[in-house]
Design a protein around this ligand. Structure first.
Ligand code: AP5
Length: 215
């Protein structure tokens, strides 16, 4: 199963990916998580990406495409879910070129649709595990012990780019540069639009129905 998961910042991509990976045993490749790891490790890529991420802008395509191609080449599982990538039409085209050349094209596109007002509420209450990438919410999706990850016991943090001013910029960037990616995929694949304003379990149920119904 080769899946692209689209959606605005805070739409619930990371939350749903965790569940999809547990159920379908595909590799989870999140461009945001990979960039945060590069930053934490102080690599050249991480240093270049830092300013863009903190301001709510996109990291330049050439850096992201090379990073994600390398990540896809490294996975051993038969399937994958891409989270946060592609985010521009140019990234989507480059991805298609690389996957078509390897005979492993994208099979499913899922698009999480959420109102911007709900997004702002979700981002302000988000808490993330720096170790495994699990995401929680202080009201909607609490960890069992406050401030501690259920999976590995690591301390949960608030991401610096969840500041309201940066969230607004990220949403603007999404509408300008990532929404056209939906049209791009609609040109050659079925895009499954999912009402993700609902709770995480309801969204999960819809995604399962789509993925279980695949030939
Ligand atoms: P990235 O890390 O990809 O951030 P994002 O796409 O902005 O998405 P988020 O991780 O913020 O949100 P999400 O949709 O995963 O939501 P979550 O599940 O956490 O990118 C960060 C930055 O890196 C970018 O700004 C850019 O600079 C750079 N970058 C990354 N990829 C790039 C690319 N391809 N090209 C260029 N630059 C790139 O959920 C959010 C909160 O809501 C959580 O608290 C969660 O518990 C809660 N929640 C989730 N679902 C529900 C629900 N259904 N109901 C109630 N609460 C919910």
């Amino acid at each position: 199963m080769r899946i692209v998961l689209l959606g605005a910042p805070g739409a619930g991509k990371g939350t749903q990916c965790k569940r999809i990976v547990d159920r379908y045993h595909v590799a989870h490749l999140s461009s945001g998580d990979i960039l945060r790891k590069e930053r934490a490790a102080g690599t050249a890529l991480g240093k270049k990406a830092q300013g863009y991420m903190d301001s709510g802008a996109l990291v330049p395509d050439e850096l992201i495409v090379a990073m994600m191609k390398e990540a896809i080449d490294e996975i051993s599982e038969t399937g994958f879910i891409l989270d946060g990538f592609p985010r521009t039409v140019n990234q989507a085209k480059e991805l298609d070129k690389a996957l078509d050349a390897g005979g492993i094209p994208i099979e499913v596109v899922l698009n999480l649709e959420v109102n911007d007002t709900i997004i702002a509420e979700r981002m302000s209450g988000r808490r993330s595990c720096q170790k495994c990438g699990a995401v929680y919410h202080v009201r909607n999706l609490k960890s069992q012990v406050e401030g501690v990850c259920d999976y590995d016991g690591a301390v949960l943090i608030q991401r610096p780019d969840d500041d309201l001013a940066v969230v607004k910029k990220r949403l603007k960037t999404y509408h300008e540069q990532t929404v056209p990616v939906i049209d791009y995929y609609e040109g050659h694949l079925t895009v499954n639009h999912i009402d993700a304003n609902q709770g995480a379990d309801a969204v999960d149920k819809i995604i399962c129905e789509i993925l279980d119904g695949l030939p």
